[in-house]
Ligand binder design. Structure first.
Ligand code: NDP
Length: 290
């Protein structure tokens, strides 16, 4: 076939979905995974299971990594590192910008090229329209492989810095993990009051749907360095956050999350921001707590 052949290393839910998408578009795919049985269904569909990580690297120029983190990359590729020369490693494993920069350096020291990816999709979104991945690294290499990478998800190339895709991805995850935890909090509170997740779903959805306007309203004021208390005052926010904390405490559910929020508001009050907007908390959050 005229389609570029690809190696995929790492067959968790993500890697498996990626291999299915590539096979579905007619690409030849070589796979490797620490636990070989995870390749069974893929081999049944036509993927080739390499005998070793080294063989997997040697099979194709384009090598997609889908591992838990960058430590897993070293665990898998260090014993096979001489086979990295001439490879394009598209690392779609999550990790910190710092680790991705070090990883990119390590790959290039072994004669390979590293592209960082941050996948903004769940396994079910792989190969589906509407999903997207941040990429960063050498532009020419990205351009050369773009059409194959677009079999996995849409591509959003952000720049040369190998840490950039990871940074943008982790920013998304800051919001994803904390906002989904806020949803679990609501469900725990609902349960303590005889309501189900399905009961509260419309209200939770409405709250989330209101967020974009809210974000853009504050972005302009924050970038202007302004935190006027004309719309909201931190003192009001402090009282409100305590109502949230006490509602959860009274219901006998876990209060870790609302207590952490209240602690941040308390710091803002102690720093003298009672009459400012609660966006003034951003200024405190710009430095690690002493
Ligand atoms: P998993 O953590 O479930 O699987 C990743 C793979 O890493 C498995 O193949 C596993 O091998 C391998 N692995 C982990 N540690 C080692 C090690 N020390 N040595 C060798 N192999 C190792 O992840 P997912 O498939 O769910 O996701 C892959 C990446 O994509 C992650 O970085 C994740 O954060 C990111 N991601 C995941 C999303 C999701 O919804 N699942 C969404 C967006 C991004 P083995 O099978 O042998 O255990």
């Amino acid at each position: 076939s005229s389609k570029q052949s690809v190696t995929v290393i790492g067959l968790g839910p993500m890697g498996q979905a990626m291999v299915h998408a590539l096979l579905g578009k007619g690409h030849q795919v070589t796979v490797w995974n620490r636990t070989p049985s995870r390749a069974d269904a893929l081999v049944a569909r036509g993927a080739v299971l390499a005998k070793s990580a080294e063989d997997a690297l040697s099979a194709n120029e384009l090598v997609v990594l889908s591992l838990t983190d960058y430590d897993a990359m070293y665990a898998v590729l260090e014993p096979a590192s001489h086979a990295l020369a001439g490879r394009v490693l598209v690392n779609l494993s999550s990790d910190t910008p710092k680790k991705t920069r070090a990883g990119a350096r390590w790959v290039s020291e072994h004669g390979g090229v590293h592209l960082t990816g941050g996948v903004n999709a769940s396994p079910s979104g792989i190969g589906q329209p509407g999903s997207s991945t941040f990429y960063s690294g050498p532009r020419q290499v990205f351009d050369a492989h773009r059409s194959t990478l677009e079999v996995l998800t849409g591509t959003d190339y952000r720049g040369e810095d190998p840490g950039l895709a990871a940074l943008l991805y982790q920013m998304g995850m800051v919001m994803f993990w904390t906002s989904t935890l806020s949803y679990w909090q609501v469900i725990a509170l609902a349960d303590a009051n005889g309501l189900t997740a399905t009961d509260v779903l419309p209200h939770a959805t409405e709250t989330m749907t209101g967020m974009p306007d809210f974000l853009s309203f504050y972005a302009e004021r924050i970038d202007a360095g302004e935190h006027p208390g004309d719309v909201d005052r931190l003192a009001m926010g402090m009282a409100s956050v305590e109502h949230v904390l006490h509602t959860n405490a009274d219901a006998g559910v876990d209060t870790t999350l609302p207590a952490a929020v209240a602690a941040l508001f308390r710091r803002g009050m102690d720093a003298g921001h009672a009459a400012d907007s609660f966006s003034s908390l951003v200024e405190l959050m710009k430095t690690a707590k002493a």
